[in-house]
Design a protein around this ligand. Structure first.
Ligand SMILES: [Fe+2]
Length: 308
């Protein structure tokens, strides 16, 4: 191994040191990708990629997907989804309060993406210099591995129903918007145009590249587990979610300008922390890695139970 890794005490969030992602040879790239697959969340600091460089680096992992709400994608580089609380000429630059719940991305789709790459362009800070707006990560692969066998057996073939309305109620997207708040007004408009979408996912999915089993849970979006009575369903969902984010396993990423963080959408969940407000500025650029690249490498299609 030639790449230098600084390990966190957690299952994920390890930092790859001393590389420039613009100039990685194939050998180093393959090694980087193997580390990403193995651990699920990796950090590379000091990169400061422009949109073209971010897209070029992202595409080395395979095809990209566009974020579902086109209005938040960059006009000139639509592969880049903008997360920001900045408003220019009365228009939000990006999605303001996205991801403030424990989730993997785009669970509402039948084939959620392989993963995402987030680059920090502007990071909010407190008056004392402490960075705000951190992102927390937990491993759903480690969570599965550390479940008692009895629980593993119980959930092996269970599926759960995910609902866009349940999610919107949970995160408060359906609340009446203050007319002065252009971010909230935008979201309310998007929600009003969207009917409740239901999708069923297996609760245990195999990682298509590593074969590891991963728990599939999302906070607030799951209405019930198929075949269980409501009480048992709710209790089991709570048990699993609490296990994923139990004390001692969650990595808190405190952002610095120039950071790249990549997360695997099968083996990790994440939660954005909204502890800042305007005029503290936050601007992040996300690219989304398509699941098709990951699925092409599935060793045994019969074990690829990622979706309905
Ligand atoms: Fe997210």
């Amino acid at each position: 191994m030639s790449l230098k890794i600084e390990f966190t005490p957690y299952p994920l969030g390890h930092e790859i040191k001393d590389i420039d992602v613009r100039n990685l040879d194939d050998r180093d790239f393959d090694e980087l990708q193997a580390i990403y697959d193995r651990y699920g969340v990796i950090v590379i600091r000091g990169q400061s990629l422009d949109p073209q460089e971010q897209i070029a680096f992202s595409k080395r992992f395979g095809p990209l997907e566009r974020f579902v709400w086109e209005e938040y994608n960059m006009r000139d580089f639509p592969e880049i989804f903008v997360l920001s609380n900045i408003v220019e000429d009365g228009k939000p630059l990006g999605l303001d309060n996205g991801g403030r719940y424990w989730h993997s991305d785009m669970w509402i789709t039948e084939q959620p993406p392989r993963g995402s790459m987030l680059c920090a362009i502007e990071v909010p800070h407190a008056d004392d210099g402490k960075p705000l707006g951190s992102t927390w990560f937990a491993s759903t692969a480690d969570a599965y591995d550390t479940l008692p066998d009895e629980l593993k057996n119980k959930i092996e073939n269970l599926s759960a129903v995910f609902s866009s309305k349940a999610f919107s109620d949970f995160v408060g997207y359906n609340k009446p918007a203050d007319d002065q708040d252009v971010h909230a007004a935008n979201l309310a408009k998007a929600q009003a145009q969207t009917k409740d979408v239901l999708i069923t996912h297996k609760m245990v999915r195999h990682h298509p590249r590593t074969g590891r089993k991963c728990l599939y849970v999302v906070e607030g979006a799951i209405t019930h587990i198929v075949g269980l009575d409501p009480q048992e369903s709710r209790a089991l969902l709570d048990t699993l979610m609490n296990h994923v984010i139990r004390a001692g396993v969650v990595y808190h990423h405190n952002w610095q300008v120039g950071d790249i963080v990549m997360w695997d959408n099968y083996s990790a969940v994440h939660c954005a922390i909204g502890d800042f407000q305007w005029p503290q500025r936050r601007l992040m650029h996300r690219t989304t890695l398509s699941s098709s690249a990951a699925r092409a490498q599935e060793a045994t299609p019969s074990t690829s139970s990622g979706t309905m």
